[in-house]
Unconditional design. Structure first.
Length: 210
């Protein structure tokens, strides 16, 4: 007796329809139609989907869907082939895990982690020494001018002192200060500090030659 796969295959060829065209017209994967024609039921999804494929394929080819399904039921032993979980079943199971309480709990955990991360960043920011750069003068420089201008940049909000004198810092952390020199070697101390943090210190040596 002719199998359901042989019946469908013969009808498709009689109508001169390619497997690719049938798959496109039916919106069924070509591999599934090929498995039906070859009687490879283990390659198909679980029975409800397989039955739907066979019924639609039979109607598409102009065959009696009831007769075709009867052949299918005679050939396909559900106990013989392990059931494959449906992608939709996986999706339903995943969605069933998403409950309002779990969403609220997850959101709360995320907020707490973000807050903890912010505190950690602030903590290390407080404990780190402020950035300090001195642009001029160059270290170990020599000049014949009795004064030198100290310029540089530190962090916003940091306090700056040059040789013990507090120096104003603009909104971008830039500073400029003139220091009078004595003849010979001058060591100029530039210190930047923040509350509860270590200090940053740079020494510039300038020689005044008459």
């Amino acid at each position: 007796m002719q199998t359901v796969g042989e019946l469908l295959l013969a009808k498709r060829k009689a109508k001169n329809i390619s497997l690719t065209k049938a798959a496109r017209d039916l919106a069924i994967k070509k591999e599934n139609l090929q498995a039906i024609e070859n009687g490879q039921w283990e390659k198909l999804p679980e029975p409800p989907f397989a039955k739907g494929f066979v019924k639609n394929y039979a109607q598409y080819l102009g065959l009696d869907p009831d007769y075709t399904l009867a052949l299918y039921r005679r050939e396909y032993d559900e106990a013989k082939y392990p059931k494959k979980p449906s992608p939709l079943l996986h999706q339903r199971r995943f969605l069933s895990l998403i409950t309002p309480n779990r969403v609220v709990t997850f959101s709360a955990i995320v907020i707490v982690l973000i807050f903890i991360g912010y505190l950690v960043i602030q903590y290390f920011s407080i404990l780190s020494a402020p950035k300090l750069e001195v642009f001029t003068p160059a270290d170990d420089s020599t000049t014949q001018v009795s004064a030198v201008r100290i310029t540089g940049q530190t962090e916003k909000g940091a306090m700056l002192a040059i040789d013990g004198n507090f120096v104003a810092v603009d909104k971008d952390g830039n500073f400029s200060y003139e220091v009078k020199l004595e003849e010979g070697k001058n060591s100029i101390e530039i210190i930047a500090s923040k509350k509860l943090s270590p200090k940053s210190k740079i020494i510039r040596t300038v020689r005044l030659v008459r």
